[in-house]
Ligand binder design. Structure first.
Ligand code: PEP
Ligand code: MG
Length: 756
């Protein structure tokens, strides 16, 4: 059963578009279940009608025509109730409604199951039989399992179809992801893909077909020579059976079909890498569908060979990736280092297939002010090279083939955003204070050098979080003490005399250094942040020495420790910092010991906030991780992004508790998670007693504007109302009402991912 399910899903996965996928589904499911009819009705999102889109056993001429309104007939009932209907005699059911012309009269038995993807009913899968009988439990379970597995594939095929239809009169499509960074962007896709990954090769037109063919042949010859050489070297050590493996490899390469297929696709206009990837993936899938396990295992060999050929093609490809103006960067899993490579003025938008609003690439995008959609899992991104796209970074949506009218609406939104930013620029030098003159310093979070100028431009009064891992991520080895000193010095100098809070290296979780891989099953609960650096004093001491040296003569350094989950970690880290300081004094430096603070981003630190506050010079709440750990929601997982909500009452309670603990110990407390950049949340944080809010530069003037429209009394009242609410949605609505009441309605749609 499992094998059959897997084989069907794999075959459907190879389909070029939705119609091809659906016809495979109906054919294979009918055969697998031995029924006479299998059909798929798809919901038309415009009319909500369920239209017959594929069938085996009914009248095919009605495909695309026959259908039912939602709620009507048995198929409509399945969609409306979102559950299966299993009947011995369909026609005698009160909801039965005959669909004229499809020829279902001879069939009595009916089993229909909904196809649901991300809570949305995409369609209904139906099997029918002439014999009067109820489908048994195992048949019902099979169809439900089939439908659940196929839902994602169907959703993907739906979008792939609109990509395939090309630029002309193609249908508009919307791909939903997660809001990553606010704003609207209109531009053309540039795909970045990891090297030697057959599944991530962008499809492109060959500029010179002959040259592409030559490159393919050269790469094949090179791989063949490599394999022959290895076989030769190992000839005395390997048994004849092991040696036979090399023959298998060479036979696959010599296989006229694979080589010929790739060549014919190149001749048809695809570039060599794209043609190779298409053909190899098809062959891998054929092997994976084989019944015998030894044949299935050959899929691994085919993949390995394809990857080798691809690596040669990529190495020989001298063309440099270019990023023209209005680039929308698209990739499966974009990283901070990719962002660093692109000229900022040409980068208009970002789409990452994986990750969510609190992935680090999204945080950097927000800091850079680049509209971003994360977690666009259904986006067939390899097919989008050079295609025009619209990104709605407020709602986390990507628009393909928009109508002229739709495009014009988005252009208006871009103009509105620009006007709002211009208005806010006037606030640059105004103090952040409430109507009753309570000052609340607004600091920024930085990481990339581009942040510095933007932050100063926006009137930042300090840096509340400098993510030191960013310069580490952009290198191929650990930066030396002197390299680090120079990097830190430029940050400290740029802001001096304003304070700069440098966080010690926070790697692990979703931040892996290419040269220091950490392989773990559960990285967010594993070796992360302070846990790594305490285990590697050489890394920690070099980093703190570099920070201290960089601060010489400036005196604006603050050091902050990430992922502290107990008192001992803080004490140990403080001891290392004192040691680094002592060493430097002995070496003749003249440096003060800077304030050392703790990030409160793990639930245990909330409950121990007083003990930590007693020992530290300041606390700073990392609400991004705190939300993830309190709500048990992976901040990178788009599937659970709806559950990730920093307005959750539990998160707000924790924030309040930390502020109270800090006050009880007279320790300053700030917040440097993304929540601080939400205008409504900022008012709540003021009322809770936060001394400083640190946010990405993009939101700074928005928050300042909000503060300048309220009194401390308004903020206290708002907090009193909000603490009694029991859901994140209710909190969000209350904050929206508040902003509207204060004449700040314009900020509502600009809310950031974590808060909305
Ligand atoms: C946080 O967790 O809130 C935080 C500011 O740190 P980061 O997002 O870098 O994990
Ligand atoms: Mg964190």
């Amino acid at each position: 059963m499992l094998d059959m399910l897997r084989a069907i899903v794999q075959e459907v996965n190879t389909a070029e578009d939705l119609d091809a996928a659906l016809s495979i589904i109906v054919r294979r499911v009918r055969d697998a279940m031995g029924t006479e009819v299998c059909s798929v009705y798809m919901r038309d999102p415009k009319s909500d009608r369920l239209v017959l889109r594929a069938t085996e056993g009914l009248n095919k001429s009605q495909i695309g025509k026959a259908g039912l309104e939602e709620g009507q007939g048995l198929v409509g009932q399945v969609a409306e109730r979102e559950e299966p209907i299993n009947l011995e005699d369909a026609a005698s059911h009160p909801s039965f409604q005959a669909i004229p012309g499809i020829g279902e009269e001879p069939f009595s038995a009916f089993l229909g199951v909904p196809i649901i993807h991300h809570r949305e009913v995409l369609g209904v899968l139906v099997v029918q039989q002439a014999q009067r009988r109820r489908f048994d439990e195992s048949e019902e379970a099979f169809l439900i399992t089939m439908s659940a597995q196929l839902a994602g594939v169907v959703a993907h095929a739906l979008v792939t179809g609109s990509v395939h239809t090309g630029d002309g009169a193609a249908e508009a499509a919307v791909i939903r992801g997660v809001a990553g960074a606010p704003g609207i962007a209109i531009g053309r896709a540039v795909i970045v893909s990891p090297e030697a990954d057959l599944y991530a090769v962008p499809h492109r037109k060959a500029e010179d077909r002959k040259a592409e063919l030559r490159a393919f042949k050269t790469a094949l010859t090179a791989v063949r020579a490599d394999i022959e050489q290895v076989a030769e070297q190992l000839s005395t050590e390997l048994s004849p059976e092991d040696h036979a493996l090399f023959d298998v490899y060479l036979r696959i390469l010599d296989d006229a079909t694979i080589g010929a297929e790739v060549a014919s696709r190149i001749k048809a206009g695809e570039w060599a890498q794209g043609a190779l990837s298409e053909v190899m993936i098809e062959h891998i899938q054929i092997f994976e569908r084989m019944e015998q396990s030894y044949l299935r295992e050959r899929a691994v060999d085919v993949k390995d060979l394809g990857t080798r050929v691809l690596a040669y093609l990529q190495a020989a490809d001298k063309s440099v990736q270019s990023f023209p103006p209005a680039t929308i960067l698209v990739g499966e899993e974009l990283t901070a280092s990719v962002l660093g490579e692109i000229p900022r003025e040409n980068l208009t938008g970002i789409i990452s297939v994986r990750g969510s609003s609190n992935s680090h690439v999204a945080i950097l995008a927000r800091a850079m002010g680049v509209p971003t959609v994360m977690g666009a899992i259904d986006l067939p991104y390899t097919r989008l090279q050079d295609r025009e796209l619209i990104i709605d970074g407020y709602n986390g949506e990507v628009h393909l083939n928009p109508s002229d009218e739709f495009r014009a609406r988005f252009e208006d939104l871009v103009a509105e955003d620009q006007a709002l930013s211009r208005d806010l620029e006037a606030l640059r030098d105004a103090p952040c204070e409430t109507l009753d003159n309570k000052r609340l310093p607004l600091w920024v979070n930085t990481g990339l050098m581009v942040d510095v100028a933007r932050s100063l431009d926006q009137g930042a009064e300090g840096v509340g979080l400098y993510r030191t891992e960013v310069p580490f991520l952009l290198r191929e080895r650990f930066p030396s003490e002197e390299e680090q000193r120079q990097i830190y010095r430029s940050q400290l100098e740029a802001f001096a005399p304003k304070p700069v809070t440098m966080r010690t290296l926070d790697i692990g979780g979703d931040k892996a250094l290419p040269y220091f891989p950490i392989e773990e099953d559960n990285p967010f609960l594993g070796w992360r942040g302070i846990r790594v650096t305490l285990d590697h004093p050489e890394i920690f001491l070099v980093q703190t020495r570099a920070m201290l040296k960089a601060s010489e003569g400036l005196g604006n350094l603050r050091i902050m420790l990430p992922m502290i989950s107990n008192v001992a970690e803080l004490e140990e880290a403080q001891e290392f910092i004192r040691r680094a300081h002592r060493e430097l004094l002995e070496e003749g430096a003249d440096i003060d010991l800077p304030p050392v603070g703790v990030m409160v981003e793990v639930p245990s630190a909330v409950y121990q906030a007083r003990a930590l506050a007693r020992r530290a010079d300041f606390l700073s709440v990392g609400s991004n991780d705190l939300t993830q750990y309190l709500l048990a929601v992976d901040r990178n997982n788009a599937r659970v992004a709806d559950l990730y909500h920093s307005f959750h009452p539990a998160v707000l309670k924790a924030l309040q508790q930390v502020a109270e603990a800090a006050r009880a110990e007279q320790t300053p407390v700030s917040i440097c998670g993304e929540l601080a950049g939400d205008p409504g949340a900022a008012v709540l944080l003021l009322a809770m007693g936060y001394d400083v809010l640190s946010m990405n530069a993009t939101n700074l003037t928005r928050v300042k504007q909000a503060m300048r429209h309220v009194t401390t009394g308004d903020a206290a009242e708002l907090l009193a109302d909000v603490v009694s609410l029991e859901s994140a949605e209710a909190v969000q609505l209350q904050l929206e009402d508040f902003l509207v009441e204060k004449g700040l309605a314009g900020f509502i749609h600009a809310r950031l991912g974590p808060a909305g």
